[in-house]
Ligand binder design. Structure first.
Ligand code: AMP
Length: 210
């Protein structure tokens, strides 16, 4: 089985992974997949939808087996309908893996070529402000009250942060997420272009011509 060349967008809730992922995912040769968006696209009355709400409304992570299975099914579907062409496209994953167990489970499927860590921990109050503002705009239960937000941040510290150490250090680039979105995007693109020679081998821009 071939592994998908992948850039991981990593960071605490509110660090801007989704905003950056959506923006970068519009570039030819890149495909952004947000695990949270995949969950949110499920019918809330389906079994998957109910499990998701049960955990996310408390700020907890959905169980790993369930998450990885859903993620696999989603990717397979995108490949089948031609919405993701693994031969010419780099995956931009946001929100997954969320713990070391998930990183291990993804190992057979993805080849991580860069780990972009959006650093916002130095301004926790700004993250909380962003999350509250998003809750109002996007009607998100998981960001609706401060207690759930704090739980999400605790889980990030305890379970997600160790993922950073799971991948080899030379793949890691840290970006200050408390900048304007365009400045964060600039730093991410510079990191991708300036330091990842292996990306040029895949020639993502050439994919635009396909
Ligand atoms: P996000 O949109 O990434 O902030 O995710 C929103 C919620 O979806 C999280 O708080 C979790 O409940 C769930 N979720 C998203 N991605 C994952 C994941 N990789 N593993 C477990 N739960 C996840």
């Amino acid at each position: 089985m071939t592994k998908y060349p992948t850039i991981l967008l990593f960071g605490a809730p509110g660090s801007g992974k989704g905003t950056q992922g959506k923006m970068l995912g519009t570039l030819p040769g890149y495909k952004h997949i947000s695990c949270g968006d995949v969950f949110r696209s499920m019918d809330p009355n389906s079994e998957i939808g109910r499990v998701f709400l049960q955990y996310s409304s408390r700020g907890e992570l959905v169980p790993d087996d369930f998450t990885i299975r859903l993620w696999r099914e989603h990717i397979d579907k995108l490949v089948t309908i031609g919405a993701f062409k693994p031969e010419t496209t780099i995956l931009l994953l946001d929100g997954i893996p969320r713990n070391v167990a998930q990183a291990r489970m993804l190992e057979p499927h993805i080849d991580v070529i860069k780990l972009i860590v959006l650093r916002a921990d130095h301004n926790r109050e700004e993250m909380i402000r962003r999350l509250k503002s998003r809750a109002l705009k996007e009607n998100r239960l998981d960001d609706a009250n401060e207690q759930t937000i704090r739980r999400r941040l605790e889980i990030y510290e305890a379970e997600s942060k160790p993922v950073i150490e799971y991948y080899p250090k030379h793949l890691r680039v840290e970006v200050d997420a408390i900048q304007k979105p365009i400045e964060v995007a600039h730093d991410i693109i510079s990191a991708i272009l300036g330091r990842t020679n292996e990306l040029h081998a895949i020639e993502p821009v050439a994919a635009a011509a396909i």
